[in-house]
Design a protein. Sequence first.
Length: 239
Amino acid sequence: MSGTLSAILPTFDERENIVPLLERLAATLAGVPHELIVVDDDSPDGTAAMVERFAATHPAVHLVPRVGVRGLRSAIQEGIDRSQGDAVVWMDCDLSMPPEVVRALYEALGAADVAIGSRYAPGGVDARSDVPLHRLLSRALNAFARWLLGPDVTDYTTGFVCARRRVVREIRLRGEYGEYCVDFLHRARKRGFRIVEVPYRNTPRAHGVSKTGTTALGLLRRGWQYVRTSIRLRLEWGR
Ligand SMILES: Nc1nc2c(ncn2[C@@H]2O[C@H](COP(=O)(O)OP(=O)(O)OP(=O)(O)O)[C@@H](O)[C@H]2O)c(=O)[nH]1
Ligand SMILES: [Mg+2]
């Protein structure tokens, strides 16, 4: 792959993680023309101010501040809509996804339309020891999605996605939270886009707290959205 890369970075209360993430992304993308777009939903911890200060000396960094709106899926979509790159990548900003993997995802687009970081492909690891229940649920939901939608993708809920511009031009993200990812990947595959996986090690968030349901009930509610989405996709598109 050659061409410019836009990284979309959705944040809510990532004050301690965002600057190290931006620094590591800039280092790993040396030699690749890029822009780093942080979409912050008015984080009470002052994430936006950290980004603004950093952006003052780093012209590739842009802040998109949103006030009165919340949501992971809509934040990513907003970043995509404002980006200019020939390819886009999006990821969590809690340092659970190593920024260095972005380089490998970008290079994988040489032979694919979409490249995802995978915890479940051979060589991948889910090492989030901070959220054992979340890890277990993720494994079960992915097994269910593979069974319903096909085994070519092993990590349907990755959230670590790099795609050529034409893919995100054709397919908009739908849903509330993480289930958008199952929806995006299945529709992309069914439309004939080639998806490859890059195994990586997902680690516990570096600082701050998880925004995904931290109570068992909250997790089950969220899990149900993934189950519903997988069933709907199977009915709508087949395997
Ligand atoms: N802009 C924006 N970003 C969000 C919102 N909710 C979560 N995020 C970001 O989405 C990413 C994932 O959130 P996490 O809290 O790590 O949740 P998770 O990775 O699904 O769950 P864990 O495995 O528990 O960490 C992080 O970069 C968050 O800052 C939101 O409402 N708006
Ligand atoms: Mg996380």
